[in-house]
Design a protein around this ligand. Structure first.
Ligand code: GUN
Length: 285
């Protein structure tokens, strides 16, 4: 049986519709729209595309967005000063510094400078800590989007085996935490995991977030598993592929996300969701 393809674009679009409605109502009451500020340092072309997409998504949802582009030679102090300015600006609800940053800038120092209540990425240690102990907080966008997709698809998480391949702070660790809170039995795998295919094959829910093109083959997947592909990799011929070998895995899985059109559209949607959550807190609505 061919797997059902999880349509991230359609799920994202229906969530965005409700965010747009709520934003319009709250903006009318608050006298201003939700506002996201994005800082882009340097000229990485992929980052520039992502930042443009974030601005476009804001405009389509009735949010204000401000983009600050700073040259690659920007000093850490200058970047921190910009963050301080946005932290103090009462008309700004969310601050996002696009990653990766140039090598001479300390990423942790930057992420820790953002006011936790404006940290729409959910990367500040205060928000990471709250996530781990299960307190309400701003949840990292990609992991949150994955959970929303599973909910939308009616995938049972409680009591199931979930395997996460990848232990990044952006995806692997937070998605494992969210699955754990939903009572899955969670295994996190990484580059030193022994017999990765055998461990992955135990999964009812398999999350691939390694950044290695088509690494997850049919050998990694149990018949009927739900497979979520977080990877976005550009092959030398220009083709965009995920971490999962889609053709063969979709013959084994029960449900699978495509690349593109799977997790990707959900990430920006959850950024809008977080910005609206921050706005709601700031205007006490
Ligand atoms: N670069 C790649 N993914 C992300 C993300 O989720 N947030 C930020 N700020 N930068 C990124």
């Amino acid at each position: 049986m061919a797997a059902k393809i999880i349509d991230g674009k359609a799920i994202a679009s229906s969530i965005r519709e409700s965010l747009k409605k709520e934003a319009a109502e709250l903006s009318a009451r608050a006298g201003r729209p939700p506002c996201l500020s994005v800082i882009l340092v340097g000229d990485d072309p992929a980052s520039a595309i992502y930042v443009r997409m974030k601005g476009k998504a804001c405009a389509e949802t009735g949010f204000e967005s401000r983009t600050f582009t700073m040259p690659a030679e920007t000093t850490e102090d200058a970047l921190l000063e910009k963050i301080d300015e946005l932290n103090a600006d009462e008309s700004v609800d969310g601050i996002l510094v696009q990653l990766p940053l140039p090598d001479h800038i300390n990423e942790s120092a930057v992420l820790e400078r953002i006011r936790p209540d404006k940290d729409v990425d959910g990367f500040h240690p205060v928000n990471v800590g709250k996530l781990v102990i299960g307190e309400k907080t701003l949840i990292p966008c990609t992991p949150h989007g994955i959970i929303k997709m599973l909910e939308h698809e009616g995938v049972e998480v409680k009591g199931k085996r979930a395997v996460v391949i990848g232990r990044s702070n952006i995806v692997g660790k937070p998605v494992a935490t969210l699955l754990l809170h939903r009572h899955a039995t969670v295994t996190i795998c990484h580059s030193r995991t022994q017999d990765l295919p055998a461990v992955s094959r135990e999964a009812d829910i398999l999350i691939a977030a390694v950044g290695r093109p088509e690494m997850v083959t049919a050998e990694f997947v149990k018949e009927g598993a739900v497979v979520i592909d977080v990877g976005v990799n550009r092959l030398p011929d220009g083709k965009l592929v995920g971490d999962v070998k889609f053709d063969e895995v979709s013959r084994v899985a029960s449900k699978i996300t495509p690349v593109p059109g799977g997790v990707g559209p959900m990430t920006i949607t959850m950024l809008l969701y977080n910005t609206l959550q921050a706005f709601r807190d700031h205007v006490n609505a």
